[in-house]
Design a protein. Structure first.
Length: 193
């Protein structure tokens, strides 16, 4: 029985370093994704407003106002405007939706993995902290509790950033898909599903 408990303790302790390493990687990734998305969001908001105005003011024969950047929405809108049949246009929108789901999926994983790793980083050092408490080793207790609380905070920050980015990305995608559906309906008299 003691052998199995010792083995579990060894395995659990061995997970702490990979857990902390993954937390650091996810933290850097979340900051990078946040800066990337906020920069894109400001430009996309103006771009989507201009395209929405184009939908209200012009006929479907004029080309949509495409920005200089070459992102997947701009390419889809351009190809949608050039499409000669509604089946091709519907397929283009479905492909774009699939790309958007992948982007949302990566942000959703970020929002979920951060708190999970933070919880792991909290629970793993609790065993050595309790051992230190039992032996009266306050230094070990304090050191392990510091690791536990720090990983919790970092994990929650990663989760919060991931959640906010997920919501923001979902807003952008909803506006983009509404525009693509409107262009499809204007060009072919049908709305995509």
């Amino acid at each position: 029985m003691n052998l199995s408990i010792d083995l579990l303790n060894f395995l659990s302790s061995g997970l702490l370093i990979p857990c902390i390493a993954l937390l650091l990687i996810l933290f850097v990734q979340s900051l990078h994704r946040a800066s990337e998305l906020f920069i894109r969001y400001r430009g996309d908001s103006r771009k989507l407003d201009a395209i929405g105005q184009w939908l209200h003011d012009t006929s479907s024969e004029s080309p949509p106002p495409l920005p200089a950047d070459d992102n997947s929405f701009s390419r889809c809108l351009s190809q949608l405007h050039k499409a000669h049949c509604s089946a091709r246009a519907t397929h283009l929108i479905a492909e774009y939706e699939s790309q958007c789901e992948r982007r949302l999926g990566s942000l959703n994983r970020l929002a979920k993995l951060g708190p999970i790793l933070g919880l792991l980083g909290t629970l793993i050092p609790m065993g050595p902290a309790l051992e230190g408490l039992a032996r009266g080793d306050v230094q070990q207790l304090a050191s392990q509790m510091q690791v536990a609380f720090t990983t919790t905070v970092v994990g929650l920050v990663i989760g919060a950033i991931g959640f906010v980015l997920f919501q923001l990305q979902r807003q952008i995608i909803s506006r983009e898909l509404a525009i693509l559906d409107c262009v499809l309906g204007t060009r072919f008299g049908a709305a995509s599903s």
